[in-house]
Design a protein around this ligand. Structure first.
Ligand code: BQF
Length: 291
């Protein structure tokens, strides 16, 4: 069994991005500029946004954090999005999810200019992705594809079972892995799937993105399978000073001995999610997706 070290791969890719940034500076060009909008004080969102800002600093990207209280109105947030869309100094921006309940996330996402949508959540980017056109890919699926590609993991003709059908992970990774170049045969499973364990047992590649701690059991995994664990679940751990630890959607201790490759939590897909956001921001700066 080999651990797919998402943190190490992230550091490698960030080093490559830093070289590109240095080159842009030498040419007197603008460095990539990412803006993050953070509404409210969700503790997990705080961590995620600070990870993104810190990664920008590591790579020489410019970054700006716009913080607003949880009671900001939807109109005011839409105005911020509008201003970011029209600011030529900004290559890309994200509005950190989840948003407070009185704000319609779909409406905010629709207001983002697809050219600056480095999270790849706008339906225009989703539709382009699904049609195989140049698009900003959602960061988690993009990170997973890079993990597979950069570790030379064969995907063509493999049976991939995706567990979870969210708009930002399960659904897009199913589409992407079935596309030309990856050429998987994909089964998309979810909470209403009959005999989920039976489906997962047939998988050469498992993508677990259901959001339930330790959901995928040892006896669900075929010998030699590749296991990609997308889960970032906080569970109580009184031995930690934070009071919690992170666990994935995969029962790591039971599954790891059976598989050929596995991503750890933490330090697996999550780290690559942040780096994929930076890769998208570089593409926005380079006008690679939308000329
Ligand atoms: C790690 C996210 C659910 C909902 C909204 C590194 C991150 C997480 C874990 C991170 C995530 C998850 C992010 C690790 C960003 C990934 O070492 O395991 C980095 O910062 N993520 C997000 O912005 O929004 C989310 C998960």
């Amino acid at each position: 069994m080999q651990i797919l070290d998402g943190k190490l791969l992230s550091e490698q890719i960030k080093a490559e991005l830093a070289i590109e940034v240095d080159q842009l500076k030498l040419e007197g060009k603008k460095v990539p500029h990412l803006v993050a909008v953070l509404v409210g004080d969700n503790p997990a969102s705080e961590v995620y946004v600070s990870n993104k800002i810190r990664s920008c600093e590591q790579t020489g990207f410019r970054s700006t954090l716009i913080r607003r209280n949880a009671d900001i109105s939807q109109v005011a947030l839409l105005q911020i999005v509008h201003d970011l869309n029209n600011d030529p100094e900004i290559d890309g921006f994200i509005v950190q999810l989840p948003l407070p309940k009185h704000i319609n996330e779909e409406k905010i996402t629709l207001a983002i200019d697809p050219k600056k949508d480095v999270d790849g959540f706008h339906p225009v980017n989703f539709g382009r992705m699904a049609q195989g056109l140049p698009a900003f890919l959602p960061a988690t699926p993009y990170g997973i594809l890079e993990i597979l590609r950069r570790n030379n993991i064969e995907t063509a003709g493999k049976h991939c079972v995706v567990v979870g059908r969210s708009n930002i992970v399960g659904t897009p990774i199913s589409i992407l892995l079935s596309r030309k170049g990856f050429d998987c045969t994909v089964t998309l499973t979810h909470s209403r799937t009959k005999d989920l364990a039976g489906e997962v047992r047939r998988a050469d590649i498992i993508v677990a993105a259901i959001g339930i701690p330790n959901f995928i059991k040892g006896d669900w995994v075929k010998e030699g399978a590749v296991v990609i664990d997308v889960g970032i679940n906080r569970i109580v751990d009184t031995t930690k000073k934070s009071g919690f630890k992170l666990v994935g959607d995969v029962d790591f201790d039971a599954v790891a001995p059976k598989c050929s490759y596995i991503t750890p939590v933490p330090g697996g897909v999550g780290a690559m999610t942040v780096t994929a956001l930076l890769m998208n921001t570089m593409k926005a700066n380079q006008k690679e997706i939308y000329s």
